[in-house]
Each structure stands twice: as structure tokens, then as C-alpha cells.
Design a protein around this ligand. Structure first.
Ligand code: ATP
Ligand code: MG
Length: 312
């Protein structure tokens, strides 16, 4: 990730360690395994940013909320959104918005909005939105109403904004999200990212191995996919890196045995957070679109390869 210096009016907001950073290294959709439904949605939205869409009478796209299991590629696809839309990517650090003297948080948010609108058209990525919501009274925390006011301002801006700033927000813990955030009209769509199924894991293995400068054809991807049932993309990458470290320490290339050992040593989050994941799936059913496949969430229970129970 690289940061650039901004010499404009809102330089304080964009500078290193500021509220917003410009991310230059953006993955492409080809760098992401699975998530076909979300990828298709993004590709379809691309023309909606152009003048032809305005002439046609389409509103400026507002944004996208991506919720799901940790390590399943939410941040990755949020970044890829900017590549698909061919727009600059700004990352908003919500943690930095809060703090300082009374009224500072609200002023910080106004500064962020001014910056994003000055850069527009752009993608504003709000990562881990749930963490920023934890201070809100409705979610059990209390900070004198600052979080609620800041979120109120963010939501009103999202509702009313005219400038083409596409907001992509990601979250794991939906219980922290205020209901008003989920109301229709805030985002164009909400997607739920589940654990990858067998086909998606094969594609993630291929991407991960190629991403580490090795030929995926030298590995039995189908076997690896089977062996990593219940793994997230992050865990697949973690296991492969572990195997690389093992081999590198001995001055050789990784063997299938190194990979098997690294997989066996991994306890997937799906096993550790079984109940939370089930609750998340239940919450998403009927509320969010399934990012992984074209299947609706109503049918998700009939996808045994992605079910956490199958790991027992
Ligand atoms: N579908 C995928 N395709 C390819 N790589 C993936 C995929 N999912 C995860 N990864 C790998 O795992 C890393 C971590 O993924 P990412 O940060 O996007 O997950 P996340 O869902 O945002 O997790 P968190 O909820 O913890 O923020 C990525 O940088 C990538 O290397
Ligand atoms: Mg993330």
C-alpha cells in the first residue's frame, strides 16, 4: 500500500496518518477467487458512473455494504471496486475520525466528506465499519452520543450526495451496525460473503500459488481444495505461506508434504467461531445478497460444502 501527498485544500485530511489515505495498489477482479455474484454486480455497475447513465436518468451510484466472515476477501474486493470502476481509491480510517476535543469528530467527518468530494469521482472505502459503530448507544456502548451524531451525518451525506463518491463499507459484526444504516436507500446493495465452496477454494489456491511466483499447475488444486474445506481465503494463503517458510528455511522448494503439514496445523476460524458464523448467516438470509454465487441465501443451506457443520 502506498500513500501519496495531497497538496489541495484538505491536505491535512489526506496526508500520511490523516483521516483518509489514497491507496494506489489496487487488486483486479482476477486476483480474487470466487465471489462471482459480487464481481458480476460490480462489472455491471461500471457504466453507471458515466455521463450516458445520467442522460439516461440513472442516479449516481451510492455504494455497497459488504458483510461477512473474517478473512473471506471483503477488503480485497472493496479495493478491487476501484479497479473495476477505474476510479481513485480513498480509505477512510473511521477510528481516526473519532477523538479529540468536543465537536472534533464531527469536524473530522466534514473534512473527510470535503476531501472525497474534491477528489470525486472516486471510491471511498470505509473498512471495518462495525468497529467504528461500537461506541454507539444502540450497540451497548456510550460515548455521549458522538458516534451517533457522526454516523447520522455520514448517513445523511450518503443519502443526499450528488458528487460521484461511491462508498464501499465492509463489516464483520453486523450486530454493531445501526438499523438506520441498513435502511433501503443508503447503499445500492448489501452483500454477504460466506466461506468459499470447493470451486472457489480451487480458484483461491490457484491465485495464491501464482501470487507467490509458482506454477499452480504443479499442485493438485482439487485435492488442496478438498483438504481445506471450511478455510477462508486468508487461511489458505496463510497455510501456503507457512509451507513456503518451512521450505525456505531448508533452502528448497515447498513439497506437497509441507503444504499438507501447514494445512493440518491450521484451525480455521469457521471452527473457532461456529456459532457466530451461523448467526451471521441467519442474519444475512433475506437481508443481503449472496456474494459467492448466484444462488440466493435462501438456498444456502443446501450447499453442504460451505456449511460449517460439515467440518465436524
Ligand atoms: N477470495 C479470495 N481470493 C483470493 N485471495 C483471498 C480471498 N479471500 C482472502 N484472500 C487472501 O486473504 C487476505 C485477507 O483477505 P481480506 O483482508 O480481504 O479479508 P476480509 O474479509 O477483509 O477479512 P477481515 O474481516 O478480517 O477484515 C487477502 O489479502 C488475500 O491475500
Ligand atoms: Mg477486511
Amino acid at each position: 500500500m502506498t500513500r501519496i501527498w495531497w497538496r489541495g485544500k484538505n491536505a491535512g485530511t489526506l496526508k500520511r496518518g490523516g483521516l483518509v489515505e489514497v491507496i494506489e495498489a489496487k487488486p483486479n477482479l482476477d486476483d480474487i477467487g470466487g465471489l462471482e455474484c459480487l464481481k458480476r454486480w460490480l462489472s455491471q455497475r461500471r457504466p453507471a458512473f458515466g455521463a450516458a447513465a445520467r442522460d439516461y436518468g440513472l442516479p449516481v451510484p451510492k455504494g455497497l455494504l459488504i458483510v461477512g466472515i473474517p478473512g473471506t476477501g471483503k477488503s480485497l474486493i472493496a479495493k478491487a471496486t476501484a479497479s473495476v470502476l477505474q476510479l481513485p481509491l480513498l480509505r477512510l480510517d473511521m477510528g481516526r475520525v473519532f477523538g479529540g476535543i468536543v465537536g472534533q469528530s464531527e469536524a473530522n467527518l466534514r473534512s473527510v466528506i470535503r476531501t472525497a468530494e474534491a477528489v470525486a469521482p472516486c471510491v471511498l472505502w470505509v473498512d471495518e465499519l462495525d468497529k467504528a459503530c461500537s461506541g454507539m448507544a444502540g450497540s451497548g456502548g456510550s460515548d455521549g452520543g458522538t458516534s451517533s451524531r457522526v454516523f447520522g451525518s455520514l448517513l445523511s451525506w450518503m443519502q443526499e450526495k450528488i458528487k460521484p463518491v461511491f462508498v464501499v463499507a465492509t463489516a464483520n459484526d453486523v450486530s454493531q451496525l445501526p438499523p438506520e444504516l441498513l435502511r433501503t436507500g443508503r447503499f445500492d446493495s448489501m452483500f454477504f460473503v460466506d466461506l468459499p465452496d470447493a470451486k472457489e477454494r480451487t480458484s483461491i489456491w490457484e491465485i495464491v500459488i501464482a501470487g507467490h511466483h509458482r506454477d499452480p499447475r504443479s499442485c493438485d488444486l482439487t485435492a488442496l481444495s478438498k483438504e481445506t474445506e471450511g478455510f477462508t481465503g486468508a487461511e489458505i494463503e496463510g497455510a501456503y505461506r507457512e509451507a513456503l517458510h518451512e521450505a525456505f528455511a531448508e533452502g528448497r522448494e515447498p513439497t506437497p508434504d509441507d503444504i499438507h503439514t501447514a494445512i493440518a496445523a491450521t484451525t480455521p476460524v469457521a471452527k473457532l467461531m461456529k456459532e457466530r458464523i451461523e448467526a451471521l448467516r441467519k442474519w444475512a438470509k433475506g437481508r443481503a445478497r449472496d456474494a459467492n454465487t448466484a444462488t440466493s441465501l435462501a438456498d444456502a443451506t443446501s450447499r453442504p460444502s460451505r456449511r460449517v457443520q460439515s467440518m465436524n
